[in-house]
Design a binder for this molecule. Structure first.
Ligand code: AMP
Ligand code: MG
Length: 489
């Protein structure tokens, strides 16, 4: 193994992705901005990465995170990828992002360090390569909240301001997000190689991605099939986790699905307040393609696109390859259901499995929907010993359901306090509710006031906390309800 040297800030750069064929990337540099500033820096994440936060702040963090200065040892590139966007296939690529390289932590974990909003690249098409401050702070808030909720996700190390304006439907302050990811390899990355009918690139990409994210898979002839199944399994697990917390990604295009199994690319995503599987927030999702309850079937659809791209690797005989792909795809629903039910059992304090559990869960969800109840608060309301003893909800049907749930809990043979403790660790009190996120973003972008966001981030860092302030646990009053979210890219 080659040794990686670290600089004073603790950066330990390595560049494995550029060993792939040239079709997969272009060497490219961030375009310097007029006036770099530091809006926010994630000191805790820096420490987790083995970086010296103080040294980074001393050494001109704003210039580095705005892309004006490239850390020594970085080898910046823009990655190529394609994607189905709302069902339509397009060649894409990093049109406004630069991968500085891979940082390898002192304990050997490899992370992509990417600047998003860093200026035009070979893949920018008509775009300006830039990002606005609001959406970059939004990604920062949501990704860090997802992490605290225990959901695999890319992270956010910093947001830098640019001192430049970006023109959207209105003029907005520009910003650059530093994104930390297990990798940025997407379903669309495979689609890019397949669309170019470059078998060598496809094979290299598949072997590379498998070795990077699934090193446990043995190197034999069925490795590509095992890799595809492993990717599929991680997606089934990930989407179940989204559903457990009421998360709606909003833009589940194939270029926004990472093979690492991390949630990636937070645009118009949002958390549901009142439970309704048809919930859609994104202003660009006119037909509800990416509604809350659609997410499992969309994930499967995206995985079918990955399977298509990988067909030549699955078997030399195309009929056999299609059969293999269908075999794996056919297992998605069962895998998803198993992950979903496991998590839902945890939310209801059930640590053993009984035949009617899925029905018990579904009945509660149906009652929540019929009574327009808040998803997060309803589960949390049940997570107290007193609420297990006595139904906290006023409606008659819920009372009857509560009785059935209590009967089921008797089979657990656990103390109420123990069940409540378990439930509290699976039912968050705090999620990034849209009205609180919007409030924090408005303060930051309209008044340069970051204090509101820092307070929100502090609450989100500790989502299972009983002492969380009511302003972060309560659903929005009708006047503050958010009905639509915008990419504002
Ligand atoms: P996203 O909606 O962020 O997932 O982006 C979809 C695609 O559009 C990606 O290839 C981006 O790089 C590209 N893109 C988004 N915004 C811009 C922009 N302002 N300039 C250039 N490319 C962009
Ligand atoms: Mg994207």
């Amino acid at each position: 193994m080659k040794s990686i040297s670290s600089d004073a800030a603790g950066w330990r750069w390595d560049h494995s992705y550029v060993s792939l064929p040239g079709l997969m990337f272009e060497r490219s540099r961030p375009v310097p901005v007029r006036e770099p500033g530091l809006a926010i820096f994630n000191v805790r994440l820096a420490a987790e990465l083995g970086l010296d936060a103080e040294e980074i702040l001393r050494g001109g963090a704003a210039r580095i995170f705005a892309g004006n200065e490239i850390p020594e040892g970085a080898d910046p590139i823009a990655q190529a990828y394609a994607g189905h966007q709302f069902g339509h296939f397009t060649g894409l690529g990093d049109g406004r992002a630069i991968l500085l390289g891979e940082h390898v932590t002192p304990d050997g974990k490899r992370y992509d360090i990417q600047l998003k909003g860093s200026g035009r690249t070979a893949y920018s098409r008509g775009g300006d390569g830039r990002a606005a401050l609001g959406p970059m702070l939004r990604e920062y808030i949501i990704s860090e909240a997802m992490h605290a909720l225990g959901i695999p996700t890319t992270r956010s190390l910093a947001v830098a301001t640019t001192g430049e304006a970006v023109m959207r439907s209105e003029t907005l302050p520009g910003a650059v997000l530093t994104r930390v990811a297990a990798s940025h390899i997407r379903v669309g990355t495979f689609q890019w190689a397949a669309a170019h009918e470059d078998h060598a690139a496809l094979l290299a990409l598949a072997d590379y991605t498998r070795q990077r994210h699934f090193p446990e898979i043995p190197e034999n002839d069925s490795r590509h099939f095992a890799f595809f199944e492993a990717v599929l399994d991680r997606q089934a697990s990930l989407i179940a986790k989204w559903l457990h917390v009421g998360f709606i990604h909003g833009v589940m295009n194939t270029d926004n699905m990472a093979l690492s199994g991390e949630s990636i690319d937070y645009g118009p995503c949002a958390f549901m307040d009142a439970y309704d599987p048809a919930t859609v927030f994104s202003s660009i999702d006119r037909h509800g393609r990416y509604a809350y309850g659609q997410q499992p079937s969309i994930a499967r659809w995206n995985l079918a696109r990955l399977a298509e791209a990988m067909l030549p690797l699955l078997d030399k005989d195309s009929k056999t390859a299609v059969d293999l792909a269908n075999e794996a795809l056919g297992s998605f629903e069962g895998r998803f259901q198993a992950y979903w039910l496991h998590g839902m059992r945890n939310k209801l304090g059930l640590r053993t499995a009984h035949a009617d559990d899925a029905m018990l869960v579904q009945e509660f969800l149906d009652l929540m929907q019929a009574n327009h109840m808040d998803f997060t608060q309803s589960f949390r309301a049940l997570s107290h010993a007193e609420a297990i003893k006595e139904c906290p909800f006023p409606h008659g049907d819920l009372l009857a359901w509560h009785g059935r749930w209590r009967d089921r809990l008797d089979k657990e043979k656990s103390e109420l306090s123990e069940i409540a403790r378990h439930m509290k660790s699976h039912n968050p009190a705090v999620i990034p509710r849209n009205h609180k996120v919007e409030e924090a973003l408005a303060a930051a972008t309209d008044h340069g006031d970051l204090e509101v966001m820092h307070r929100l981030l502090a609450a989100l860092a500790n989502p299972f906390n009983d002492e969380a302030p009511l302003e972060y646990t309560a659903p929005p009053p009708p006047s503050e309800r958010v009905y639509q979210t915008f990419c504002g890219t």
